[in-house]
Design a protein around this ligand. Structure first.
Ligand SMILES: Nc1ncnc2c1ncn2[C@@H]1O[C@H](COP(=O)(O)OP(=O)(O)OP(=O)(O)O)[C@@H](O)[C@H]1O
Ligand SMILES: [Mg+2]
Length: 355
C-alpha cells in the first residue's frame, strides 16, 4: 500500500498504561430526565473555552471524545444511548470496543464516522471538531479521513458492480492519479485478486467483508472503523479478517477501531475498551511481554492471559465495579466498606466483617 507510514506510532502502550481519559463531570442520576441532563451538559460546555484544547494538527490524538451524550427520541420513548462517554485514541492504535447489545457501541462508531450527531459533548477526530464542520467539510471528512466497514455487506458493496469496480468507486472524486493500480494493490492486500471480477452475490460473507475492507481503505483514511466486521462469519474467517486488521495496523500504522462481540478475538489486540450503559467502564491492555512479541506466531492468544485489566476512574472518582466482583460481594444493600491500607483500596461487604 503506497503512501502509508510503516510502523508509525506502533508502541503507544510501551508504558503499559491505559490512555483512556475519563471526564464525566456530568452527574447522570436515574431520576433526571434526558432534557435536564442535556441542558446541564450544554450549559457546562458553554462555560468552557471551546476548541483551544485540541487543534487541527498532527500531534492531536486521532480521537478525543469528551462527555458525549446521545439521546434518541421517538414518540413513545427516549433512549439515553451515550451517557457522557470519554475516550482518547492515539494515532497508530488498534482498539477494540466491546459491550453488551444496546450499550451504545454503534451509536459511538456512527458519530466517529460522521453519520450521526450527538445531543451534547465534544468529539475531535484528527484534530477536527466534528460538530463544527460545515456540510461541505463533513462530506470531505467522510470521504478522506474515515473509512467505514459495516457488518451488513449490503451497505458496503454495490451489488451491480464487481469487486474491482466497487473498490475504485470511492476514488473517482479524488485526485488519486493511479486509481487502477491502487484498486489492484488493495485487492492483493486483502487476498482477493483472483475474485476481482466477482459481484456481491458471487462472494461468500467473508470474501465480501474483505472487499469491504479494501473499499474502506481506498482513499487512505487516517481512521478505519469497523462495526462487528466478523459478526456473521465462521471462526476461521473471523480469525483471517482480524489478522488482516492487525497486519494493517502493525505494517502500515493504520489507526483502527473495531466494535466486536467476540471476546476471544478482542484478546488479540493491544487495547480493548468496554462500554457499559453508554460509558467506558473498563479497559484491557496487552501485557508488555506480549507487546514485545506481538508479531510472533508462537503466542497462543486464546489460551494465554495476555492482557491486564483496568477499571476506569472518572474525574469525580467514580468507578464501575466489574459485575462479577460486585456479585461475589453479595451486598445486602448499596453500602460497601472502603478502607485504605498500604496503597491498596479494599472494598468489602460490611456485614460480612461483623460476623
Ligand atoms: N435510531 C434510534 N432510535 C431510537 N433508539 C435507538 C436508535 N439507535 C439506537 N437506539 C438505541 O440506543 C441504544 C444503543 O444502541 P446501539 O445500536 O448503539 O447499541 P450497540 O451497543 O451497538 O448494540 P448491538 O451490540 O446490539 O449492535 C439502544 O438502546 C438502542 O435501542
Ligand atoms: Mg451495534
Amino acid at each position: 500500500m503506497r503512501n502509508n507510514v510503516k510502523n508509525s506510532n506502533k508502541k503507544n502502550h510501551k508504558d503499559n498504561k491505559p490512555v483512556s481519559e475519563v471526564k464525566t463531570d456530568m452527574a447522570v442520576k436515574s431520576e433526571e430526565k434526558p432534557e435536564e441532563i442535556l441542558s446541564a451538559v450544554t450549559s457546562e460546555m458553554a462555560n468552557e473555552a471551546t476548541d483551544n484544547d485540541v487543534t487541527d494538527n498532527a500531534n492531536a490524538p486521532m480521537v478525543l471524545a469528551e462527555n458525549l451524550v446521545k439521546i434518541y427520541k421517538t414518540p413513545e420513548l427516549e433512549v439515553l444511548a451515550l451517557q457522557g462517554l470519554d475516550l482518547r485514541v492515539e494515532r497508530g492504535e488498534l482498539t477494540a470496543i466491546i459491550g453488551n447489545s444496546g450499550s451504545g457501541k454503534s451509536t459511538f462508531l456512527n458519530m466517529l464516522g460522521g453519520l450521526d450527531e450527538p445531543s451534547a459533548g465534544k468529539l475531535f477526530v484528527d484534530g477536527k471538531n466534528l460538530f463544527k464542520l460545515s456540510k461541505k467539510e463533513k462530506v470531505l471528512y467522510k470521504r478522506d479521513t474515515v473509512g467505514f466497514v459495516w457488518q451488513n455487506n449490503g451497505r458496503n458493496l454495490l451489488p451491480y458492480m464487481n469487486a474491482f469496480e466497487n473498490i475504485i468507486t470511492p476514488m473517482q472524486l479524488t485526485s488519486e492519479k493511479h486509481k487502477k493500480e491502487r484498486a489492484l494493490e488493495l485487492l492483493d492486500l486483502v487476498g482477493m485478486s483472483h475474485r476481482k471480477n466477482s459481484k456481491l452475490n458471487q462472494l461468500s460473507g467473508g470474501e465480501q467483508q474483505r472487499i469491504a475492507i479494501a473499499i474502506a481503505l481506498a482513499n487512505k483514511p487516517k481512521l478505519l472503523l469497523a462495526d462487528e466486521p466478523t459478526g456473521s462469519v465462521d471462526r476461521k474467517t473471523a480469525d483471517y479478517i482480524f489478522d488482516l486488521f492487525k497486519r494493517l495496523n502493525s505494517e502500515y500504522g493504520q489507526t483502527i477501531i473495531i466494535v466486536t462481540h467476540d471476546v476471544a478475538l478482542s484478546k488479540k489486540v493491544q487495547r480493548v475498551v468496554a462500554i457499559r450503559d453508554g460509558k467506558i467502564s473498563s479497559e484491557r491492555i496487552l501485557k508488555e511481554h506480549y507487546i514485545m512479541n506481538s508479531g510472533s506466531s508462537e503466542i497462543n492468544w486464546l489460551e494465554e492471559e495476555t492482557q491486564d485489566e483496568f477499571a476506569i476512574v472518572d474525574k469525580a472518582g467514580r468507578i464501575q465495579i466489574p459485575r462479577k466482583m460486585l456479585d461475589s460481594l453479595a451486598l445486602k444493600d448499596n453500602k460497601i466498606k472502603v478502607s485504605f491500607d498500604d496503597s491498596i483500596i479494599r472494598l468489602e461487604n460490611p456485614l460480612k466483617e461483623e460476623n
